[in-house]
Ligand binder design. Structure first.
Ligand SMILES: Cc1ncc(COP(=O)(O)O)c(C=O)c1O
Length: 401
């Protein structure tokens, strides 16, 4: 069983500050183990990977590739070469959008629940006439229905790009079923795993998932590093849009021979410290156990939703059933703008996010044109923190009449 109080001791910021940090969907705090791994790279063996032959470079190459293996194992990828380093989830999705060999008439199917990262790259391709773009609409609670995917996927659909877990409603998409329908119709699936990989076990082989992007910084790792998972043969079919150092085996003045994956998709000097920190983050989460994290977060979700439902004039976004959600809830309180409420909470040392959470179409769809306040929790949050948060909201709601 997970002991949040004990785990908090690993997090310098949580230990030293009084903040109730409920903005984990934006980014998470970092444990000492991750910070130490980064400091170790910079102070003990900082060099480039895959190039020079000296000892420092050899050690960097080893640690860089070891980190790739850890991340691959974390999502049960078949091979470590199925992990391509990117800056973040955003870059992973853009990498597919810009490197996939679409043909005229190809359709990309996505949803109205996507984060901007999972929407704008497709909008641009559609505007250029490279693809046609179609949408499955979720219901007002942010739930996606399989029947709608069945209706929309046709022989023209080349790719289904779908959010795995929502950063607004906390709902988890029925990915396994979506993948099944897509594959039956000859389409591939790209999942936005930014809010999934940090919170519950993800097994890309069991899902038979084709591509997935996720970010280290949302799972106790550093900022500036994430990855694109892709099945080996599919990654090989991508046409790299960034070319440079390490992407080739040989070059002449007018031609070059590409390197194998993943390196052909990783042009230039990479974020070694970040990748090594990502590896340390994955070690840290694996030691706790992703199932333990999922179970504990369900307890937090239950308490959080039950508490929020007691706050007067509070409108919850997404399902009220905690079983259907991550420990992430967006809401509004009548009579106060989301930004003002977030600032009032911050004055009480409670950090939440306010605004559109990069999900403009969904907020407009449910009529919340000014956005919402979002509390997003992680395994180091405690039930006591939820209690303080709810009491504070009740106090604020009372002053609003
Ligand atoms: C669902 C979802 N997708 C994509 C992103 C983008 O992540 P990043 O900024 O790390 O690329 C986020 C970040 O908030 C997210 O919540």
């Amino acid at each position: 069983m997970l002991d949040a109080e004990k785990l908090r001791e690993d997090f310098p910021l949580l230990r030293e500050s009084k903040v109730i940090y409920f903005d984990n969907a934006c980014t998470t705090q970092k444990p000492k183990q991750v910070v130490d791994a980064i400091v170790e790279y910079y102070t003990k063996y900082a060099a480039c990977a895959g190039r020079s032959l000296h000892k420092l470079a050899t050690k960097t190459t080893e640690e860089f590739e070891k980190a790739r293996e850890k991340v691959a194992k974390f999502i049960n990828a078949k091979k470590s070469k199925e992990i391509v380093w990117t800056k973040n989830t955003t870059e992973a999705i853009n990498l597919v959008a810009n490197s996939f060999k679409f043909e005229k008439g190809d359709k990309v199917l996505t949803t109205n629940l996507e984060h901007s990262s999972g929407l704008l790259p497709w909008q641009r391709l559609a505007k250029k006439g490279v693809i046609s773009l179609d949408f499955v609409l979720c219901n007002k609670e942010g739930e996606l229905s399989i029947e709608d995917f069945e209706d929309k996927i046709d022989e023209k659909t080349k790719l289904v790009s779908v959010i795995f877990a929502s950063n607004v409603t906390g709902t988890v998409s029925p990915l396994k079923e979506i993948i099944k329908i897509a594959h039956e119709n000859g389409a591939l699936v790209l999942a936005d795993g930014a809010q999934a990989a940090p919170h519950f076990p993800v097994d890309v082989r069991k899902l038979d998932l084709d591509f997935m992007g996720f970010s280290a910084h949302k799972m106790v790792g550093p900022t500036g590093i994430g990855c694109l998972y892709g099945k080996e043969d599919l990654l090989r079919e991508l046409s790299p849009f960034i070319l440079g150092g390490e992407t080739i085996k040989d070059a002449d003045l007018r031609s070059y021979e590409p390197e194998d994956i993943p390196h052909r998709l990783e042009g230039g000097i990479q974020n070694y410290a970040g990748a090594i920190g990502f590896g340390a983050a994955v070690d840290y989460l694996t030691k706790i156990g992703m199932k333990n994290i999922e179970d504990y977060e369900k307890e937090l979700a239950k308490l959080l939703i039950e508490g929020l439902l007691e706050v007067p004039n509070l409108a919850l976004i997404g399902p009220k059933d905690w079983r259907k959600k991550n420990a992430l809830v967006s809401f509004n309180i009548k009579g106060i703008e989301p930004q003002d409420l977030a600032i009032m909470l911050d004055e009480n040392n409670i950090a939440v996010r306010s605004g559109m959470h990069c999900a403009y179409p969904f907020h407009k769809f449910i009529g919340e044109n000014k956005g919402s306040v979002r509390a997003s929790l992680y395994f180091y949050n405690t039930k006591e923190e939820i209690g303080i948060f709810i009491e504070k909201l009740k106090e604020i709601a009372k002053t609003l009449g």
